[in-house]
Design a protein around this ligand. Structure first.
Ligand code: AMP
Length: 419
């Protein structure tokens, strides 16, 4: 017996009953991003592995454990992209997009890949929508980036989420905070999970991000970054909050937001839906002023975010919100017999060439079966094309909502396009 294939673990098919939802949330994202002046960028799904290693950070889970690395026939080492920012930076530098010194605003939508333990809200292939604002360190743009996300969720109607904002300072003011974190957590070393134990030396901030139950008890009293900010970072953060107020974004300051990628500096934020269980971040982002330079480009500040489509759809579902729909035929052509099939096909072709969704089914040979099919597809109208209609030169048009029947001279089929 032939083997039955299945999708790889951690991936799934998006079937027609759901694919329109993806189309809908992507369409709204494109529209909102464009309203804020963003343009779409499409980068390859795989990149040289170094693009991520030199940006996301060697000590991060993404690089250490989760990246799909592979070599091609010429032994070049590539990776399926685990996130969208590094490829956009690579493209920004390679194509010299910042050459005229203006702010560059880019958005993307597409699949990302992480070899992670699959669970609700976490898969190995997932899609992200995201954007990057490059070329300015003005705090207004940190706030505007958050406002794009906020406006997007508002446009979708989502209510059950919090905007959590923090600053992780700059590398300079992080030194003292990292030291304080190391001192603090060393006191509880034996009670920490293995990941936290190994991160304590290299990346102490990440301990604040740990979701393991036994580590959580140590978080409330841990030293807060807000007490270690230098003057520049403090002013920047205050300004971001001021602009958020002006932009009418409702937010809370959460000093525990640290983000899992090394390239962030200063502002860090997350959009959190507390009803989603352990994987409750709809998305997040922040400022990454050193990244472009770190990747070999000119010193260019940047700020951006990324969110996951599947968690967003789950949230829309939870709140019973509109998620788009599959279209219904405007016309369903009912015709009987081989002789009339040609006429039906001609009419279908005419309508479809004029951008009208029209359908029939040659395999359904009775009037009843065809009408039933029109109902199943929720067609708006049936066009009845029988012997009588051909003889009289008149089409019968049935409105499937009201049941009302009207006639239309065949030479006036043009009128069907805009009915
Ligand atoms: P990150 O790039 O890790 O900051 O993730 C940003 C957003 O992408 C998250 O808040 C999720 O909505 C989504 N996301 C990240 N990893 C996964 C995953 N493994 N499966 C599904 N969605 C994910």
């Amino acid at each position: 017996m032939a083997t039955k294939f299945s999708v790889p673990r951690g991936t799934s098919d998006v079937l027609p009953k759901d694919a329109f939802k993806w189309e809908y949330v992507e369409k709204v994202f494109r529209q909102v991003a464009k309203n804020f002046g963003y343009q779409e960028i499409i980068t390859p799904i795989f990149e040289y592995a170094e693009v991520f290693e030199r940006s996301v950070g060697d000590a991060t889970d993404i690089i250490q454990k989760e990246m799909y690395r592979f070599s091609d026939k010429k032994d070049r080492v590539f990776a399926l992209r685990p996130e969208g920012t590094a490829p956009v930076m690579r493209s920004f530098i390679e194509n010299n997009l910042g050459k005229d010194g203006n702010i560059v605003k880019l958005f993307y939508i597409g699949p990302m890949f992480r070899y992670d333990r699959p669970q609700a809200g976490r898969s190995r292939q997932f899609s992200q929508y995201g954007l990057e604002c490059l070329g300015t360190s003005h705090p207004y743009y940190d706030a505007e980036t958050i406002a794009v996300y906020y406006t997007y969720l508002k446009a979708l109607g989502l209510k059950n989420y919090d905007v959590e904002v923090n600053t992780i300072g700059c590398p300079d003011c992080s030194v003292a905070h990292n030291k304080a974190l190391q001192e603090y957590f060393k006191g509880f070393f034996d009670g920490l999970c293995p990941d936290c134990q190994s991160r304590l030396e290299k990346n102490p901030k990440r301990l604040l991000d740990c979701k393991v139950e036994k580590c959580l008890q140590f978080h409330p009293s841990a030293p807060s970054m807000l007490d270690y900010l230098d003057e520049k970072c403090k002013t920047h953060f205050d300004q971001v909050l001021k602009y958020l107020d002006i932009l009418n974004v409702t937010y809370v300051v959460n000093p525990k937001i640290v983000r899992g990628l090394d390239y962030y500096t200063q502002t860090a934020f997350e959009f959190v839906n507390h009803n989603l269980g352990s994987q409750n971040a709809l998305g997040g982002g922040g400022r990454y002023d050193g990244l472009v330079q770190q990747m070999g480009g000119k010193d260019t500040p940047g700020v951006g975010f990324a969110g996951g489509i599947s968690r967003l759809l789950l949230s829309l579902e939870q709140e019973g919100l509109y998620q788009g729909e599959n279209p219904h035929p405007k016309y369903y052509i009912v015709s009987l017999g081989e002789d009339l099939a040609q006429k039906a096909i001609e009419l279908l072709t005419f309508l479809r060439n004029n951008n009208v969704y029209a359908e029939f089914d040659l395999a359904k040979t009775t009037l009843k079966a065809q009408m039933k099919n029109a109902d199943r597809l929720q067609a708006e109208h049936c066009i009845i094309l029988g012997e009588d209609e051909i003889k009289s030169g008149m089409l019968t048009l049935k409105n499937m909502t009201t049941g009302e029947q009207t006639t239309l001279p065949i030479e006036k089929v043009n009128e069907l396009i805009n009915l």
